[in-house]
Design a protein around this ligand. Structure first.
Ligand code: PEP
Ligand code: MG
Length: 324
């Protein structure tokens, strides 16, 4: 394994049928970037920026954010980098905003929903992100989007900020705008959204919670919180197909991507960009080299036609045994 892992490190892997798959890393701090590249990541599919903001009495200013984002882009040396705008609210508290307590925080005032009110915080982050795109190509991703109006608003805001920077003679490089697909309504927005966005990324952690109506942090409903549920797999397949048909690049950046047993199903959906915790990258690359897309598609359809998450797991285990 060591020899093979070493040879896979630092290069994109292909499945048996020759489809190339990017295996990307999720990070939460800029300093992690060096490490994930040395451990074989083909890029960063999700840089959660909350850590930069939390546990402090004032938000980071534009310069501090610019330094953090640039550090990641420099380490990337042109590899794909996706940085997510602030995702506070829900399970992610924030000291300097002093937000009122809500009965249903996961269904409440969270992420993109807060940007119009806290406009300066949003604009400062947008400026820092766009400035850092001069260091290397950057994907800017927005969490918790639920409506087309939010997408239109984001598009015009980023255009406006980019224009302002240009007027100030501050250089802006190549950047792309995308959203997380974590609220089920976005499935039916993909065609319309393609006019404003370049990419989407499935946030399976929240998508599971919102699709199956079960709080991701409540142990009493943990049995329902299951991304192996056949209905959830059907949802993900449909999202992937519709995004591709609309010309949007699509990836997955929820914890599901790091679950080795899910890998054949994800490949069967047509996903070719998977972002995960750095510790899962090597095994994922190993496993990908023995998968065949046509067989994975067949497995996925059988899994979707089955009756439960447990059955899905049995089917996957059978599939894997037949391969080894
Ligand atoms: C997700 O919801 O799947 C996701 C990647 O975002 P977070 O876990 O940070 O909410
Ligand atoms: Mg999320």
């Amino acid at each position: 394994i060591t020899v093979r892992s070493a040879s896979l490190c630092g290069q994109q892997v292909t499945t048996v049928d020759g489809t190339s798959v990017s295996v990307l890393a999720n990070i939460a701090l800029a300093v992690e970037a060096q490490e994930v590249f040395s451990k074989g990541a083909d890029g960063v599919g999700l840089f959660r920026t909350e850590m930069l903001f939390c546990e402090r009495s004032l938000p980071p200013d534009e310069e501090e954010q610019y330094q953090a984002y640039s550090e990641v882009l420099r380490a990337a040396k042109g590899k794909k980098i996706t940085i997510r705008t602030l995702d506070i609210g829900g399970d992610k508290p924030c000291d300097f905003l002093d937000l009122p307590k809500e009965d249903n925080p996961f269904l409440g005032y969270r992420a993109v929903r807060m940007y119009p009110q806290f406009h300066e915080i949003f604009t400062t982050q947008a400026r820092a992100l766009l400035r850092s795109s001069a260091v290397g190509p950057l994907n800017i991703m927005v969490p918790m989007v639920a409506t087309l109006q939010e997408i239109q608003w984001l598009h015009s805001q980023f255009q406006h900020v980019a224009h302002t920077l240009q007027q100030e003679d501050i250089s802006v490089g190549e950047w792309h705008l995308g959203i997380m697909v974590e609220v089920p309504s976005t499935l039916y927005l993909l065609e319309k959204a393609a006019k404003y966005l370049d990419f989407v990324s499935i946030g399976s952690n929240d998508l599971t919670q919102y699709f199956l109506a079960c709080d991701r942090s409540n142990p009493q409903v943990r049995h329902l919180y299951d991304y192996r549920n056949p209905t959830f797999l059907a949802l993900m397949r449909d999202i992937t197909q519709r995004a591709q048909a609309a010309g949007l690049a699509i990836s997955l950046c929820g914890e599901m991507a790091a679950d080795k047993q899910m890998l054949p199903l994800l490949i069967g959906m047509g996903l070719t960009q998977l972002s995960m915790a750095v510790g899962a990258i090597t095994l994922c690359k190993e496993a990908l080299t023995s998968l065949d897309i046509a067989q994975c598609q067949q497995l996925l359809e059988t899994a979707i036609a089955s009756e439960s998450g447990e059955q899905v797991l049995e089917l996957v285990e059978q599939f894997m045994r037949a391969q080894s």
